[in-house]
Design a protein around this ligand. Sequence first.
Ligand code: 4NP
Length: 153
Amino acid sequence: MRVLMVCLGNICRSPLAHGILQHKAKDSIFVDSAGTNGYHIGESPDPRSIAVAEKNNLDITTQRCRKFEVQDFDNFDIIFVMDGSNYRDILKMARNEEDEKKVKLIMNEHKPGMNLNVPDPYYGGDEGFDNVYKMLDQATDAFLKRIADEKTG
Ligand code: 4NP
């Protein structure tokens, strides 16, 4: 399975989602991340995301920002977006229904059907990053539990 994590800048939320899921899933899932805009291409994650990851014994320093591209619909089975704005931006690039079906709000794994956003922490303080980490920890746990349950039937 291949999972892509998407946010706006690919420096705050999606690098954390990428690192957390990859750490939990080890080699069983290929994980990557991308942004809907290109402001930070080639950059490392935001220092505040690196710090909250480190606080939780996770190293995300080797990740580099890239922009979402239409080929990602072919290369990934699931495209998790962080908020409704990401969702609309990615759906605009979908070529067909198959592409559209791959795009999911990540918090719906933890709270199905509620369409909750992972809030953009970029302009706020450190507590926003702690909150993002906690939400993504819950969402990735729920996702892994769901796919394990689906496998065992
Ligand atoms: P992210 O946060 O989407 O979680 O990576 C942002 C990072 C950068 C910007 C906005 C949001 N920006 O405008 O540069």
